[in-house]
Ligand binder design. Sequence first.
Ligand code: PEP
Length: 279
Amino acid sequence: MDLLPLILPWTIHLWTRFHVTDAPVSQLFYWDINMRTPVIGGNWKMHKDHAGTTSFFESFRPLVECSRHREIVICPSFLDLDRAVTATRGTRIQVGAQNLFWEKEGAFTGEVSGPMIKAAGCSHVIVGHSERRRYFGETNESVLKKTVAALGAGLIPIVCVGEHKKGNAEAVLMEQFRDGIRPLANGQFARIVIAYEPVWAIGAGETAAPETAADAHRFIRAQARDSFGTEAANSVRILYGGSVKPGNAKSLMAQPEIDGFLVGEASLDPISFASIVNL
Ligand code: PEP
């Protein structure tokens, strides 16, 4: 049996704990008990055409060939899902959409359903990104419907939450969790990924301090524990998003609570995104 995929993440984790942080010995065994494989997601938003997508993957593929300690998910525009799926076939890179509609099919001009995204070869879909909440009127209720639809189609929803203004994270997260996530059944919750993205840090060049982000992640995990139990809470991956760059990713990732990233701008460049993946 090939033990490398099991041993490598733990070795990296221990090395990180010893060399990058002053984590107490008690924390050394925290992550390997829970074994949350980090997810590094790239949200391309409304960037890149066919040519840009093709050239990104030509450069990116060889840069992450040896990366086995992360799940990598890239979310291009709907127009390039097919191209991205073809470009990543036979690699460990997965492809996700940036949005979906909750109905399976019908007279919903301009919308794309979960089964369509699944049939295109995607594994993930971003749900409730703050830009969708802000510009397209998405609410916790629509986020819940989309999450359920994504799960029903066999996709992994990356459910985004986060406060607009610094300082009121807990109140906002509590409400978003209560209305957008808590109504899920246990089996549904077990299949989602959560992305904590403080809106004030998205595209702003200013990231949350690692300890601040970790506090928010702990708060979300506590909500998950209250609603779905300890095991489910310990297993759910909570990603951080908001101006993650190669220069700040290492200190964020050193927080045991941070299980990966949702990256916007820095995911557009194959070299910077690969350097975040390969941390
Ligand atoms: C995002 O769009 O989810 C995001 C975090 O963007 P950026 O990394 O550019 O802040």
